[in-house]
Design a binder for this molecule. Structure first.
Ligand SMILES: Nc1nc2c(c(=O)[nH]1)N[C@H]1C(S)=C(S)[C@@H](COP(=O)(O)O)O[C@H]1N2
Ligand SMILES: [Mo]
Length: 444
């Protein structure tokens, strides 16, 4: 087959790599084709390149839509390649893949998928890497009158499809600041995002199944493989009390920001249970088991996503029986502009801005300080576009003279609770750290 259509250097590189080791084409190539963005590159690839990558001619190439990414190549997508396409995230762990977003990259009102943090406990399932939703079903069973098995088309056809902006934060966000430290991903500030999610309401689906009087809790299941690859083990299965599950804003989502949910974020179906630890929002969702007791799946018990029932001095060995499940996340905010370390001109106003959120509650006030918390200025605070969306805030600040300053930001929720200046309530696994975000600003 003549390879004369595409003389680009990248294409030759791919063809050589492919020829050298067809089975390893994906790993060989995509480390190198920078991330000229694999998908973008494939979309622009000429027929010869595409054929070389597939290792076969394409007899019906005339009817192949231009820009189509052949599924055989999409199937070769790896977690590493997907991470490369993420825009400036900090990788905390690559197996399982965990990455956070630096605060200044969370400046958008709606977090783009490329800037949404990744928190996986296991591996991304193959069907998601291939973006193949064929045959996907969701089962709803347990304490229900009618067991349901629903395809994604069934969900779209039989239930109202709604779109909400919902903020999602990992329960362990801020863990790295606890003393003594806790094991687990050393999140700083960026295990949080606020995207637009489209799907059907969890409550509508539970209503369709008919909850029995015995229903007290949900149990969520996805099909992500355990790190051990042992099919008998599952990485995580959490749930929420029925009262929380029946809230209007919980979604069984199939779109993120108007597009299919990306592989890393749960394609083709995930729960979004806002306000509570992100772990309640099962990705790659296959089953909702309605329980007659508190769910006891992996990461529901022991010290996982649990806090001491009473305040303890840092480093205390808390008996397991005194640990209670984390529910609503605490009030919190981020400064997303300027970036820490920025410079400002003395005597000239500049804008500081960011977002704030408060678990099941709303943020009522936002304050900023430039003198290490001695005095506070009220910031302008927007209402959320819908319940559970993060709220935007902004303030104009002026630094009086040249020197080093810190901007501190403090949110207050509608029950009067504020962010503390230092890490709050130490707990064995380092959850729920809502200390204020501080940035450095040099007036020069
Ligand atoms: N199936 C499955 N769902 C999951 C997880 C997982 O490992 N597997 N991680 C959970 C945790 S701990 C968090 S914080 C959120 C993170 O969602 P994101 O990766 O889309 O940011 O997904 C939750 N849902
Ligand atoms: Mo999490």
């Amino acid at each position: 087959m003549p390879l004369d259509e595409d003389k680009g250097a990248q294409a030759r590189l791919i063809e050589q790599a492919y020829a050298a080791d067809p089975m390893d084409a994906d790993r060989t190539i995509f480390g190198r084709v920078s991330h000229a963005d694999r998908r973008g590159f494939l979309k622009g690839a000429g027929l010869a390149t595409m054929s070389a990558m597939l290792g076969a001619t394409i007899p019906f190439h005339r009817t192949m839509p231009s820009g189509l990414v052949p599924v055989a190549l999409a199937q070769g997508t790896t977690e590493a390649a997907l991470f490369e396409a993420k825009d400036g995230l900090t990788l905390l762990n690559d197996r399982p893949i965990n990455a956070e977003t630096p605060p200044h990259l969370l400046d958008d009102a709606i977090t783009p998928a490329d800037r949404f943090f990744i928190r996986n406990n296991g591996l991304v399932p193959d069907h998601a890497l291939a973006m193949d939703a064929g045959g996907w079903t969701l089962t709803v069973d347990g304490e229900v009158d009618t067991e349901l098995t629903l395809t994604i088309d069934d969900l779209r056809a039989n239930f109202e499809v709604v779109t909400y902006q919902l903020q999602l934060e990992c329960g362990g966000n801020g863990r790295s600041f606890f003393q003594p430290g806790a094991s687990g991903n050393q999140w700083t500030f960026g295990a949080v995002g606020n995207s637009e999610w489209t799907g059907v309401r969890l409550r509508d689906v539970l209503d369709a199944a008919g909850l029995r009087d015995t229903a007290v809790y949900t149990g969520h299941y996805g099909n992500d493989p355990h790190l051990s690859m042992d099919p008998a083990r599952i990485p995580i299965s959490r749930g929420v009390p029925i009262d929380k599950a029946m809230e209007e804003h919980n979604l069984i989502a199939f779109e993120m920001n108007g597009a299919p949910i990306p592989a890393l974020h749960g394609f083709p179906l995930r729960l979004v249970v806002p306000g509570w630890p992100g772990s309640c929002s099962q990705k790659w969702l296959t089953r909702i088991w309605v329980r007659d007791q508190e769910h006891d799946g992996p990461k529901m018990g022991g010290y996982s996503y649990r806090m001491p029932a009473y305040p303890v001095p840092p480093g205390t060995e808390v008996p397991e029986s005194d640990m209670v499940v984390m529910e609503s996340m605490p009030v919190k905010s981020l400064i997303t502009n300027p970036v820490t370390g920025a410079t400002a001109t003395p005597g000239t106003a500049f804008q500081v801005r960011g977002h704030a959120w408060a678990g099941d509650d709303a943020v009522a006030a936002m304050h900023v300080s430039i003198d290490f918390g001695a005095t506070w200025h009220a910031a302008e605070l927007d209402a959320p576009v819908n319940r559970y969306a993060w709220q935007h805030w902004r303030a104009d600040l002026t630094l009086p003279q040249a020197g080093y300053y810190e901007v501190w930001a403090r949110a207050t929720d509608d029950r009067g609770r504020m962010q503390p200046p230092v890490t709050p309530g130490w707990n064995p696994r380092g959850y729920g750290n809502n200390m204020m975000h501080r940035i450095a600003v040099f007036a020069v």
